[in-house]
Design a protein around this ligand. Structure first.
Ligand SMILES: Nc1nc2c(c(=O)[nH]1)N[C@H]1C(S)=C(S)[C@@H](COP(=O)(O)OP(=O)(O)OC[C@H]3O[C@@H](n4cnc5c(=O)[nH]c(N)nc54)[C@H](O)[C@@H]3O)O[C@H]1N2
Ligand SMILES: Nc1nc2c(c(=O)[nH]1)N[C@H]1C(S)=C(S)[C@@H](COP(=O)(O)OP(=O)(O)OC[C@H]3O[C@@H](n4cnc5c(=O)[nH]c(N)nc54)[C@H](O)[C@@H]3O)O[C@H]1N2
Ligand code: SF4
Ligand SMILES: [Mo]
Length: 711
């Protein structure tokens, strides 16, 4: 561990998918907190951190769960129990459900905040041992459209770019991402370059977002499109690239397929039609297409404004289409770069962390992939079900039909983060055993649980995370877990043994779990066969692919540099998807689009960041952002209360009137759930309709109306 002071620890930051390295120093006094600063040795962040990473030490001890808790009914108080009793309850219910409903009656909903080892064992328990593919994760709400978009366009998941591309691109195209607040260290890297540029042609930044967020601070071109018109915009750019003959014929010829069908579709998306639908001018569109066409290296960055859409997968493919048209992929500074949300959303994808996936970027639907995992796990042929698992919304629907006898939530807080929250609450109330693995006391999901298992969290368990640029960091265990709290992976392993799968779940450490996982990635795109906890501890974070025998530092920074793709033909695919727009467009009754997103200072449902005074002071309360025109129409005033209603319910919030949002669109933050002092359950208003390919709900848009609430 070169460079760290003695007693210090190193880990990847447990917040966003930038995955900065942290250098952590033990508390000076017995009751003090660990202090965090940027790890200069970490190649992804080179010593940089944002305020959340810097304050993480203050969050670790406050309000922790220390023993398992149980109650038979959710209107009763919890009683502390021991782990022995907790495991008995789990084993009894699992056996009962298997007998009465079959393995399909069991489901788990995990998280991109799992370590890879947690993920891998949760997988193995459900998909391998229990024979149910009903393991899904909150990545369904987050990265699912990126996963399916990459797979349909390029043949496999896996962002092809790296952070150095931020220094090498001459055009950075930011679409549906507020990197200033959500990926701050990457934003600062761009800010520095932007400030230092001698000539605007060195670096031009484009931002596409219906809200004028802090990211606009570095935008040379800002397009405030109507929500849900991203694919129209992308096709409009493609149309003009074709017309200007600014396309890379030899790349298209040698490395792609499906060009003619896509070109035919792009012909339909004329500038006047696109400009009108997106709510921008034709000149803005022309400028954008010219910029793209003449750029040496275009880097696209996107996040939830793209993925959380009824056409999320199509929009991701629409971005990739433009990169294929212009040969802007597999080169320094160029490529379609999906920014991951959670610290280990990437590791989850590698470990098979969605209901349709198996470890090693494999698919449940592929018989050869199932057979490979059955051999790897020493299971009989056919042990892994061919039936695709239930994604999280299908899990909710299964509870509505009394088809789930156990719903296990781990490292996520769905009673804040799922859409249609009232419907979720009613569905979950029907499930006979709701289990929650959680680190903190008093979450919204605890309120609907029967059995609560105290989790050892980041800093208290060793394991790996993969950040957005495919870099794997070992997070060491440098503090003792409070009370009886245990690592999630260890709970899954113990349960597996108690269910009779002793050989499948006997591990001496998480390092052994990781070794078993990396062995099944050999020969796959996400090959980590050469990685181990030991190598990562000795040589620091490494990028994959990292096959067996790779020397430290020898991982790959960019994929597809040879112009070959992991499709059957070796060619990347153009896709020709017709834009469909929002699943719930505004109408006369609900004339506005509500969009829901994040603030710099808070992390999701505030279980950690809500405990840090400095962070709370930055955004003390949830505010509804409204454009002056809409405020006037609805009779709202600054600082007054508004009743916001959708087809699913109503809530009140304090109004802030701002020109930084486009007329017709209003914004609420996602953070303040029912357990906060000033609750603002935005997801009670949102709907669950989503992308038919990725099953990712359209968490960025629902139709609402506003009225003033008299004081
Ligand atoms: N501070 C902080 N950082 C975080 C997180 C956090 O909770 N707090 N969470 C992490 C996670 S898990 C994630 S997934 C990422 C999310 O990172 P981002 O996706 O960057 O964040 P959001 O605020 O959810 O949404 C981004 C933007 O999408 C815009 N948008 C809404 N509708 C549309 C549309 O139709 N088209 C376009 N082009 N844009 C639209 C919104 O106005 C918003 O500014 O952040 C990660 N980083
Ligand atoms: N409308 C709308 N809804 C959204 C979004 C949006 O943009 N708009 N964004 C969506 C996205 S992208 C995401 S990622 C989700 C995030 O939503 P959630 O996943 O629900 O939010 P978190 O607060 O991160 O929940 C993680 C929980 O795990 C606990 N935890 C932390 N570490 C551990 C651990 O090691 N083990 C265990 N067992 N528990 C642990 C934390 O205390 C916390 O309660 O929200 C989604 N919902
Ligand atoms: S940018 Fe993301 S990973 Fe880096 S310190 Fe901030 S929250 Fe942590
Ligand atoms: Mo996310």
């Amino acid at each position: 561990m070169s460079g760290a002071e003695s007693g210090n620890a190193r880990a990847q930051c447990p917040y966003c998918g930038v995955g900065c390295g942290l250098d952590l120093k033990p508390p000076a006094e017995p009751d003090g907190s660990w202090t965090a600063r940027g790890d200069r040795q970490h190649p992804s962040s080179l010593g940089q951190v944002c305020i959340k990473g810097a304050t993480v030490g203050e969050t670790l001890d406050r309000g922790r769960l220390t023993t398992p808790l149980y109650r038979e009914r959710t209107d009763q108080p919890f009683t502390p129990i021991d782990w022995e009793t907790a495991f008995q309850i789990l084993v009894r219910q699992i056996q009962k459900v298997r007998a009465e409903l079959g393995p399909q009656g069991l489901a788990m909903y995990g998280s991109g905040q799992f370590l890879t080892e947690d993920y891998y064992l949760a997988q193995k328990l459900f998909k391998g041992a229990l024979g149910s593919n009903n393991f899904d994760a909150n990545s369904r709400l987050c990265m699912s459209s990126a996963v399916s978009g990459y797979a349909r366009s390029l043949g496999s998941d896996g962002p092809p770019c790296c952070y150095d591309d931020l220094d090498l691109a001459d055009t950075v195209f930011v679409i549906g991402a507020n990197i200033a607040e959500c990926h701050p260290v990457l934003f600062q890297r761009l800010v520095k370059r932007h400030r230092k540029r001698q000539d605007p042609d060195e670096l031009r930044v484009v931002v596409v977002d219906p809200r004028e967020t802090a990211t606009i601070g570095i935008a040379d071109h800002y397009l405030a499109i109507h929500p849900g018109t991203d694919l129209v915009l992308l096709h409009g750019i493609g149309h003009l690239l074709l017309k200007q003959a600014a396309i890379d014929h030899s790349f298209i010829e040698e490395a792609t397929e499906g060009f003619s069908a896509c070109a035919a579709l792009l012909q339909e998306w004329t500038p006047s039609r696109v400009a009108q639908l997106c709510g921008i001018s034709e000149e803005q569109l022309q400028e954008l297409a010219q910029l793209w066409g003449r750029s040496r290296a275009v880097l696209s960055l996107w996040s939830m404004g793209v993925n959380q859409s009824a056409e999320g997968s199509a929009t991701v493919s629409g971005i990739i289409n433009l990169h294929l048209l212009t040969g802007q992929i597999g080169r320094p500074g160029a490529g379609p770069f999906s920014l991951t949300g959670q610290p280990n959303a990437m590791g989850g994808r590698e470990a098979g962390g969605l209901a349709q996936l198996l470890p090693g970027y494999r698919a449940v639907a592929e018989p050869t992939h199932r057979a490979e995992l059955e051999r790897h796990w020493g299971l009989a042929p056919g042990a892994i079900s061919a039936e695709p698992g239930l994604d999280v919304w299908r899990q909710i629907e299964a509870m509505e039909r009394d088809q789930l006898g156990l719903w296990w939530v781990a490292a996520t807080n769905p009673l804040v983060s799922l859409p249609s929250l009232d419907r979720v609450r009613a569905a979950v109330a029907r499930c006979p055993l709701v289990v929650l693995s959680e680190a903190y006391v008093g979450t919204e999901t605890e309120a609907v649980a029967h059995l609560v298992l105290p989790a050892a969290q980041w800093s208290e368990k060793a394991g790996v995370m993969t950040n957005s640029e495919r870099r794997v960091t070992l997070c060491s265990a440098f503090r003792a877990p409070p009370g009886e709290a245990r690592p999630d992976w260890a709970v899954f392993a113990e349960l597996g043994r108690r269910l009779g799968f002793v050989e499948l779940f006997s591990y001496g450490s998480s390092a052994e779990v990781y070794d078993e996982f990396t062995a099944c990635t050999r020969g796959r795109l996400c090959d980590q066969g050469g990685l181990s906890h030991q190598l990562l501890a000795e040589h620091g974070p490494q990028q994959w692919p990292f096959p067996l025998g790779t020397p430290p530092g020898g991982g790959v920074s960019r994929l597809y540099t040879e112009g070959r793709f992991p499709t059957p033909s070796g060619r990347a695919r153009f896709l020709a998807d017709q834009p469909l727009g929002l699943a719930e467009p505004p109408d006369d009754d609900y004339p506005l689009v509500l969009t829901v997103g994040r603030h710099l200072s808070q992390w999701h449902t505030m279980t950690r960041t809500g405990k840090v005074e400095r962070l709370l002071a930055m955004e003390p309360e949830p505010l509804l952002e409204v454009h002056p025109d809409d405020a006037e129409l609805a009779g709202l005033r600054e600082g007054g209360l508004a009743l916001i209603s959708s087809r699913r319910g109503s809530l009140t919030a304090t109004v802030t009137i701002t020109r930084r949002i486009r007329p017709g669109t209003v914004f609420l933050p996602m953070h303040w759930g029912a357990a906060q002092a000033t609750p603002c359950e935005a997801n009670r208003l949102m709907h669950e309709l989503g992308c038919p390919i990725s099953k990712q709900p359209e968490l960025k848009a629902a139709a609402v109306c506003l009225e003033p609430v008299d004081a």
